[in-house]
Design a binder for this molecule. Structure first.
Ligand code: NAD
Ligand code: WQD
Length: 335
């Protein structure tokens, strides 16, 4: 049985689908602070499986102990966390508490129950301002905001845990920019309030919920002056977790892997691709650079191919088509 913390969220729900398709049984543990139970119902619809669901908070050991008592957990895929960069600057203590304290509590309860396998959702944000691209796993690490620091601290904690006991099996997966949705259009990204990230903002603009997209910066050192990122289809990303899980038993060291496509696309490339996929206009205006943004961020994805035999299969057209199917079938998300 695989415990999926944060399994009702965007990446967690898609990963549940791929885990079930690969023959795993899952139990989802979520406090629904940024998700709804409807996503789990949709996962059940896609997979025709029943999902074991536990309401709880990773900071509460009593909640976690209930799950470990009720199920025989072989490994944990740990998505639960807060993820909004801007909010983390406003509420740093909430981020350190939720993400860092939550992960420590989870690891302590895993230890109590003798569960030593964990896959952790890290982020390309841990590369800070990369001195060059593509980004390899051994690049220097830094963080420019509390959210990024929580990811860095948790990575350090997991390294120390492994150093204390080499029988742990730990994979740290550093995601680039996950976008898109399951091809069924039943599950997808459902941000609360005004989206911070590019893709949900573009899709809400295309459907008429937002008047125009503000393109943050037009004078970066990129092919068209707008920021370049490595957008990765959420289903590809989910399959990366299945591959990492299969590899866990064989690893002798902590596994640290970039999950990206290795390709970089600009904001304007994404606008064009989305207009093509949706047949809708995405009006935009240039705006000043957003503080903390880098010009270019994309992965060297070769280590993932070598070590877990994973590479992304879906290109930006498919990412945009699937994002649009989700958006147009669910104009108000899961509500
Ligand atoms: P999400 O907000 O959709 O999912 C996170 C889930 O965790 C939500 O269902 C939320 O309710 C739950 N959760 C939060 N705090 C919890 C707590 N204390 N106890 C129990 N459940 C809790 O986010 P996502 O995009 O699916 O991201 C999943 C993970 O991947 C996060 O750790 C995030 O930091 C990381 N990540 C995301 C991105 C991205 O762009 N989406 C990129 C890199 C890394
Ligand atoms: C992408 C590009 C913006 C919104 C963030 C986190 C990172 C990771 C993924 C969790 C940039 C531009 C955006 C808009 C725009 N999350 N943009 N107008 O900043 O690469 O990464 O999400 O770990 O940690 O920092 O993603 O989608 O916000 O921005 O022009 O309204 O789109 O400037 O070039 P980012 P994003």
């Amino acid at each position: 049985m695989i415990l999926v913390t944060g399994g009702a969220g965007y990446i967690g729900s898609h990963t549940c689908v791929e885990l079930i398709k690969a023959g795993y049984e899952v139990v989802v543990f979520d406090n629904f602070s940024n998700s709804s139970e409807e996503s789990i119902k949709r996962v059940e619809k896609i997979t025709s499986a029943t999902i074991n669901l536990c309401h709880g908070d990773i900071r509460k050991k009593s909640d976690l102990r209930k799950v470990f008592k009720n199920y025989s957990i072989d490994a944990v895929i740990h998505f639960a966390g807060l993820k909004a960069v801007g909010e983390s600057i406003q509420k740093p203590l909430d981020y350190y508490d939720n993400n860092v304290n939550g992960t420590i509590a989870l690891c302590q309860v895993m230890q109590e129950f003798g569960c030593k396998k964990i896959i952790f959702s890290s982020s390309a944000t841990v590369y800070g301002i990369p001195h060059t691209t593509p980004i390899k796993e051994d690049f220097p690490l830094s963080a420019t905001n509390p959210y990024g620091k929580t990811k860095l601290f948790i990575e350090e904690i997991l390294h120390d845990l492994f150093a204390s006991d080499n029988s742990y099996k730990i994979a740290i997966l550093r995601y680039f920019n996950p976008i898109g949705a399951h091809e069924s259009g039943l599950i997808g990204e459902d941000p609360r309030g005004i989206p911070n990230n590019l893709m949900p903002f573009i899709s809400q603009t295309a459907i008429g919920k937002r008047e125009f997209l503000s393109v943050f910066g037009d004078d970066y050192d990129t092919h068209d002056g707008t920021g370049v990122r490595d957008y990765i289809h959420v289903v590809d990303l989910s399959l990366g977790h299945v591959k990492a899980l299969k590899k866990l038993d064989d690893i002798k060291e902590i596994l640290v892997v970039n999950l990206g496509t290795g390709c970089g696309y600009s904001v304007l490339d994404m606008v064009k691709a989305f207009e093509k996929a949706s047949g809708k206009k995405v009006p935009y205006k240039f705006a000043p650079r957003r503080s903390g943004d880098v010009a270019k961020c994309f992965a060297d994805a070769s280590f993932a191919k070598k070590i877990i035999d994973w590479s992304a299969a879906k290109g930006i057209d498919e990412m945009c088509e699937d994002a649009w199917r989700w958006q147009s079938k669910n104009p108000n998300g899961y509500n």
